[in-house]
Unconditional design. Structure first.
Length: 77
């Protein structure tokens, strides 16, 4: 027990190292800004009528992603 009281063994090996730097938090992956349409044009409206009923899940988010329309426009459908 006398050998463990020496200054070399009193601290764990990790704490004897130099000063550690502060962790830099990454900003993560940012999604690109998408310009979605605010009003329907003829081709998008036809696509809505033909393809949307075939979707397994129909939500404003799915409609907005697939048809490239604004979220408020997707809610009105």
């Amino acid at each position: 027990k006398e050998g463990t009281s020496s200054p070399l063994f009193s601290k764990p090996a990790k704490s004897r190292g130099g000063k550690q730097r502060k962790k830099k938090w990454s900003k993560g992956k940012e999604k690109e800004k998408v310009n979605n349409m605010v009003l329907f044009d003829k081709s998008t409206y036809d696509k809505l009528l033909s393809e949307a009923p075939k979707y397994k899940l129909i939500t404003p988010s799915v409609l907005s992603d697939c048809l490239r329309i604004n979220g408020s426009l997707a809610r009105k459908i």
